[in-house]
Every structure is written in C-alpha cells, then in structure tokens.
Design a protein around this ligand. Structure first.
Ligand SMILES: [Fe+2]
Length: 358
C-alpha cells in the first residue's frame, strides 16, 4: 500500500539572488504608468511595507525573510529524507515558459526519466543574468531524475477516473524545467547535499485569465496593448484541482509507491493584485488561507471561487490545491506550518509539511 507525504513551499525567484536585490520587483513595478504617482513614494505605503523597506531599500529585511524561508525548507528536507520517497510529484505553474499561445492545457504531466535544466541562464524577470547566492556558474546544468513509470501510471489512472489528462514526453517552448519546478528543487536542496529523488513535474495553469495577457509576469503593466487585452480563458477551478488531488491520493494509496506531493508557490503576488495597484500583495487574504490550512480546514480551499483567488492575487495557490485535496482525502494534518509574511518582497511565503498518519 502506498504512502504520501504532503509538502508546501515557495519557488520565489528572489531567494536565488543576493539580499540587496530582493526588492527588485517593487522597484520595477514603480516604473509602470499604471501605478498611481502617490504609491511610488514609500511614505504612502502600508506601515509594515515601509518598515520592511527601512533605510536600505529592504536589504536588512531580505536577510530575515530568507533566513525564515531557509529554516523552513531545511525542515522540509529533513522530513523528506526521513520519508525517503520513491518519487516527488511537484505541482507548479508555467509563466508563459513551456506553454504559450499555441496550446495551454489546464494541467499536464511531464513523463520523462531525466530532466536537464540551466536555471541561471535567464535573469530574474527575464533580465540580464545576475550572480546567484550559491556562486554557481551561469551555465550550470542540473540533471534531475524523472519517474516516468509513476508519471504514466498517474496519467493512465486519472484518465480512467474521468480526468482528461494532457501529458507530454518532451518540452515544447522550453529546454528544461520551468521556474516552478527547478526553483523548488534548488530550495529543497538549498545546502546542496545533492538531489537523487526522481520527480514527476505536474503543471497547473495557475495564471488562467492573466497568462498570455501578462506574458506570465507583469508585461501588462508596461505594454498598453496587453493592458487593454481581454482576459484569457480561466484557470481550472479550485474544486476541480482539489478533486484531482483526492484522486491522486487514492491512486497512490492503491499503488506500491511512497510519494511526496509538493504544492509549490508563494501565495498572493503583488504584481497580480490589481486592487493594490500591483504594488503589494493581499496579506489579509493570505493570513486567512493560512488559518484555514493550519487548522486543517481544507474544504475552505476547495470552496474558494476563482474570482476570489484572482482578486486576492492568489492565482498560484492553485498549485497547492491538489496537494491539499490529497491531504483531505488521506486525513493528514500539518506537523509544521509557517507563514513568512512580507509586503515588500512581492509575496508572503508558506512552508508546510503533512506526514502520513501512523
Ligand atoms: Fe510561479
């Protein structure tokens, strides 16, 4: 009988780069004509955001933000090594990387025995590559084993269960894993102990109505035509993704596999939160999500509407919902659940672990 460990973490690109550069997003957003002039002055920001900005444009706060996250991912790695999975299934979004205008599936499984990725060749936000905090070469290649057998098994059984599962044997517009998957691995191996667990990358179209319009980021804030574009068709619903996670839990339980299931994303993103003029995330909504998660009120997540999530800039929470649906199915509760709050660093982060019941 299979077993499952649930994990949740962020794949925030800011942790790849030095602390003095962590507030880069907000500085970039301030250059948009769509941001009101008053909000370009830190004195008009919410008080906690001003404190984070401090006297050094967020560098001091960045070190604390990183330390809290790294503590969390070290704890996750310890639990992961203790669980010793046969495979790690990662749910992650695609930000106009592998999926573009020619095909956007609601979700999709990558079936492969090996993935090769060069995470540092592209700079943050598509800009010039900067040095990373590990001092690794710009051309460094990470080779990650894939669990093609489990990927096929999941795809087959999900199709039999009524989920019309897209899958692919090769990348389409990308060479290597997208940011959501490779950053998750970079952080779960923050201390570079090495990574040998085979993975199954499970793509979720989390950006939905903003995917092409935003070019997976904030292009709509700088390109007038994109800003005026009709929204794209929506993401899959929280209810559907929750049911998908429940089905995966049942499939794994009936299999011989020990599987770690990872929901990967930060929660509300500043650049997706229109009501805050894209300058800071919806921290109160995230706090509410955190209380629901911490107390095991998973059904509250299933019952969220896409509209609520998008208004809160919480599009990427869709990456966590299949994992949370699986935890609901297996009645697994968090042993560790930390909320790492920030107004300035584009998003708050959550780190959580849900081990199997004895
Ligand atoms: Fe992402």
């Amino acid at each position: 009988m299979g077993e499952m460990l649930g994990l949740g973490l962020s794949h925030y690109p800011g942790f790849i780069y030095p602390d003095h550069d962590m507030a880069m997003r907000v500085k970039q957003t301030m250059k948009s004509d769509r941001v009101p002039v008053a909000l370009k002055d830190p004195r008009n920001w919410p008080a906690p955001m001003q404190q984070e900005w401090g006297t050094d444009e967020g560098t001091t706060f960045a070190a604390k933000h990183r330390a809290a996250f790294v503590d969390g991912v070290r704890r996750l790695r310890q639990l992961l090594d203790g669980f010793n999975p046969d495979a790690v299934v990662i749910f992650g979004d695609d930000q106009y990387e592998n999926f573009q205008e020619d095909l956007i599936p609601p979700f999709s499984v990558y079936i492969g025995n090996q993935f090769q990725t060069q995470p540092f060749v592209r700079g943050r936000g598509g800009g010039t590559p900067q040095p990373n905090v590990w001092g690794e070469d710009r051309e460094a290649t990470f080779t990650t084993p894939g669990h093609a057998q489990l990927a096929k098994h999941l795809t087959r059984r999900l199709l039999e269960d009524g989920f019309d599962m897209p899958y692919s044997y090769k990348f389409h517009h990308m060479h290597g894993l997208g940011h959501a998957f490779i950053n998750t691995l970079l952080y779960l191996d923050y201390d570079r102990k090495g990574w040998t667990y085979p993975i199954v990358p499970f793509h979720v179209n989390a950006y939905g109505s903003s995917l092409v319009r935003n070019r997976g980021g904030s292009a709509n804030l700088f390109d007038k035509a994109l800003g005026e574009m009709e929204p794209d068709p929506p993401a899959p619903s929280p209810r559907r993704l929750f049911a998908l996670g429940q089905a995966i839990a049942r499939i794994v339980k009936d299999s011989p596999y020990r599987v770690a299931l990872v929901g990967s994303s930060s929660w509300s993103h500043a650049f997706l939160t229109e009501k805050n003029r894209w300058m800071y995330p919806d921290v109160p909504s995230d706090r509410q999500r955190f209380e629901e998660l911490r107390t095991g009120n998973y059904l509250a997540w299933r019952n969220l509407s896409l509209g609520e999530l998008e208004q809160a800039g919480e599009h990427e929470i869709l990456n966590w919902i299949p994992m949370v649906g699986a935890m609901h199915e297996l009645e697994q509760k968090p042993v560790f659940c930390e909320f790492i709050e920030s107004y300035l660093m584009n998003s708050s982060k959550c780190v959580a672990a849900f081990p199997p019941n004895d």
